[in-house]
Design a protein. Sequence first.
Length: 446
Amino acid sequence: MTSEERIAAALKVATDTKAFELGQGILGRVPALFNEYFPGRKAVLVADKNTWRVAGAEVFEALQAAGVPTEKFLFEEDEFHADWDHIELLDKVLDESGAIAVSVGSGTINDLCKLTSHHHRQSYLTVPTAASVDGYTSFGASITYQNAKQTFECPAPVAVVADVDVIAAAPKDMTAAGYADLAAKVPAGAEWMIADIVGAEPIQPAAWHVLQDCLDDLLSDPAGVAAGDPKAVADLFEGLILSGFAMQAARSSRPASCCDHLFSHILDMTHHRYRGKFVSHGFQVAIGTLTMCAVFDEFLKYDLSDIDVDACVAAWPTLEEEQARALKIFEGFPAPRLGYDQITQKYGDAGAVRRELSVVRDNWASLRERLAGQVWSFAKMQEMFKIAGAPYEPEHIGITRADIRDMFPKVQLMRWRYNILDLAKRGRFYDRLVDSVFSKGGAWEI
């Protein structure tokens, strides 16, 4: 299937985005698409100092030349995240201007425009400037609110204009971050398989096939990504957009993330910096992705066909015990009740645990084969990241292997989404599984 065919098929399952144009020298297409989807409306172009320079000014001039009344709003900070105070700021901009947002930037600006547009019950148009994240077309915006990284439900943009010349010229670390974010879909897909078989979150075929069928191909040229080759970067960016379409189809981020992203959320919520700067989402996710590949390496060595379901059910804690454990684990965390709230949502009683473990036990051979065909080994993923220019050791983002080890209890509890660690807790092999990643000979040997 060609790129054009993949995009056309993906747009059929997308629920929010109606147009996606990817090509070289196509910034001039913005006015026509804006007029098509927002006839007679005013535009407010939202960018930062850098994205204004690389694409914003050209888009602004093109809109004005086409007769579209256009204002601009530039973030002046050298470094900023998608925090709630920026949402309030953009809400005021749209209130006062009555305009449609045209986002020119990477993930942060896009998420801010996405949520504030939703607050005003309207869509927006996005002009990505880097292949750095998959959030451009995702359903939902990842925003830090009340000290917690949260995904707010909101529709994706109605139109995307992605100029390959602009994207390929982005800083190499941004492109490498995008490669890591796309690669996270490998272990995330394996965790969705587990959630599917236990009945927690069934795989939605439209959301699965739009990306997973071509994921390996779109990740196949890390050297080209590192070199800024337009074809390799275009393939990478297509994968990131398809990931967003999958999330639209699922109406959640399940097709794109699981435990791999939760390590990143912890770092964001604790305001982690390395060498005085925030670490990009994709670079954080790179280490989370490698960690989960290491977990699967160990998990696939197990034989769960002989798991003692009765013993596991007998040892299963009550909801109140799990809530108390969560409060202890998150004590002193910026969002101390996060684990409590999330485990309350996803807790399963003894009957549910019996059903889940029984179906895994009875279908282990086929499940293990499917998982082995989905997930990459730690060694393979690490080599691909080395080539692409993404972090491949925790120290590359300013954390230690011990830091990762300490994050696991929070990762297991901090989101309602069913993950491999939940299965390990139910099956009483959680400690053995996690310890093996950090023990002698393990991927992150301490």
